[in-house]
Design a protein around this ligand. Structure first.
Ligand code: UDP
Length: 483
């Protein structure tokens, strides 16, 4: 790692959630007070491998400013490793999802390279930590740091955002690779109970589902005129507005959408077109190609439009497969017959300005009539909650954390087999022909996110994990030596 890269973020008042959280707010704030007392002179660090793009960066951006306001000092550092490192870690990531990825092994050679690259980062990182600090290491990219960070004496927690409903040989191989590091952590946090590895002691395992920030640029309320102006500015909508549309940045200041997106399209989206959208990284496991095939086969004789939206190719530092997947979708788009190609928009959003990118996602989700998440596997799937919060009917594969978010038939539609194109098409058909159903599912979806997937109750989970790991460490330090 060249130098630790700090990600800057301000503090955000949790107070703004008081009216959203009804009766629960006071209790959550009180639990975070306990963290403040115990961590008065200590820092809680977070280390991951990208500051932009993907669910982990998204979650840290929304969570840490609130955690700073409510409790301890939190800081965020990003690894910047050589490309071959991310080749190995993407392989681990794919296998943890049960897929072979590039088909390569996770053997002694990969372990040596992984250890060797991370050893340098570990040396640099531990210099930053104070003796009583706590460090959250996120995902497989950072698991190899656990031994060195733990040896430096700080509380060491590993948070795994990836998991599968059923394990297979690929998963076992990835777990076997990571286990020697992970079992040295003081606590391990998974997103769902079914993701917790059976090899880990139960008392070290905690659960913390992801969540979204209702006030971030990605999820804040936007007037329909602003939505339309943002689409016009980025080039997806038909008209560029006379002045740049405004939104509220993460730090509370006023931002403007000025950048254009790179869009593959014959012509912009007509003002009144019915729009189905999927927003995700360009990753085979998100199955954009399957969605494109479904659209081409089943929605050919309609006037419905499809938008596939993802980060611009240079956007996500730890995802080396993104450009190749993006290229395949581009090729598939070029092969579409003219009448279909006219209704398919492949949108690459600029990633240089996190807030601007977020509000673009926001506007596209709000403009959509249906949001899809046709993932083959999914850790959690933040995009689902993001769309549900905007009152959109979501059609999604019944995989991973998506199953926790959508109650099938009430707050969206779940498709049991993610490869069943016919089932996706039937779900689209139901919503296209029954606007009342679409509206009632959208309303139920917003309510469900309000009840379960807003970021503020996660502060309570966070307080519990930190305080419990801290108590455990204190007990260990106080315990008499055994020989
Ligand atoms: N995202 C984004 N810009 C894009 C594509 C995706 O900001 O062009 C965001 C998306 O809104 C969501 C996150 O990236 O917040 C993806 O998280 P998710 O849990 O859905 O999937 P992951 O990428 O972690 O597999």
């Amino acid at each position: 790692m060249a130098q630790p890269k700090f990600v800057e973020f301000g503090s955000q008042p949790i107070e703004k959630y008081r009216h959203v959280m009804d009766g629960e707010f006071e209790a959550i704030a009180a639990e975070m007070e306990a963290v403040r007392d115990r961590f008065a002179d200590r820092t809680v660090w977070h280390v991951n491998s990208t500051a932009l793009g993907g669910g982990v960066a998204e979650m840290l951006r929304s969570f840490l400013p609130l955690a700073c306001d409510a409790g301890a000092d939190n800081r965020w550092v990003v690894l910047s490793e050589r490309p071959e490192f991310f080749g190995i870690t993407k392989r681990i990531h794919n296998k943890l999802h049960g897929h072979p990825g590039d088909g390569g092994p996770l053997g002694a050679k990969e372990r040596d390279a992984y250890d060797e690259i991370l050893a340098d980062s570990a040396k640099q990182l531990v210099k930053l930590f104070g003796p009583d600090d706590f460090v959250f290491l996120h995902d497989p990219q950072t698991a190899g740091l656990i031994p060195a960070v733990s040896d430096s004496g700080v509380g060491t927690l590993w948070r795994c955002h990836v998991g599968v409903d059923r394990t297979n040989e690929n998963v076992n191989e990835a777990v076997e690779f990571l286990l020697p590091y992970v079992e040295q952590a003081d606590a391990i946090v998974f997103s769902r109970q079914s993701y917790a590895w059976k090899e880990l002691p139960k008392d070290k395992v905690f659960l913390m589902p992801p969540a979204i920030d209702a006030f971030s640029p990605k999820n804040q309320e936007l007037e329909p005129a602003v939505v339309s102006d943002i689409l016009g500015t980025i080039g997806l909508g038909p008209d560029r507005p006379a002045s740049d549309p405004e939104f509220v940045r993460s730090d509370g200041s006023t931002g403007k959408v000025e950048s254009e997106a790179e869009i593959l399209q014959v012509e912009p989206l007509p003002e009144d077109a019915f729009l189905i959208t999927q927003i995700s990284r360009w990753d085979v496991l998100k199955d954009h190609e399957g969605l494109l095939k479904c659209f081409s086969e089943y929605l050919r004789d309609t006037d419905v439009h499809l938008a596939l939206v993802g980060p611009s190719s240079a956007g996500v530092a730890d995802d080396p497969e993104g450009p190749a997947v993006g290229y395949r979708i581009f090729s598939a788009w070029k092969e579409l017959p003219d009448d279909l190609r006219r209704r398919v928009h492949i949108v690459n959003l600029p990633m240089d300005d996190f807030d601007e990118n977020g509000v673009m996602v926001n506007a596209i989700q709000r403009r959509s009539d249906i949001v899809v998440q046709k993932s083959l596997v999914e850790g959690f799937g933040l995009t689902v909650s993001e769309a549900m919060w905007k009152g959109k009917p979501v059609v999604a594969s019944a995989v991973g954390g998506i199953q926790d978010q959508i109650v099938d038939g009430e707050s969206g539609i779940l498709i049991d087999d993610p490869t069943d194109l016919d089932a996706f098409a039937r779900a689209f058909g139901r919503l296209i022909t029954d606007p009342e159903l679409a509206e009632s599912m959208g309303n139920a979806a917003r309510e469900r996110v309000k009840q379960r997937f807003l970021v503020i109750p996660r502060l309570r989970d966070y307080a519990r994990v930190i305080l419990s790991a801290d108590a455990e460490m204190a007990a260990r330090e106080g315990a008499p030596e055994t020989s």
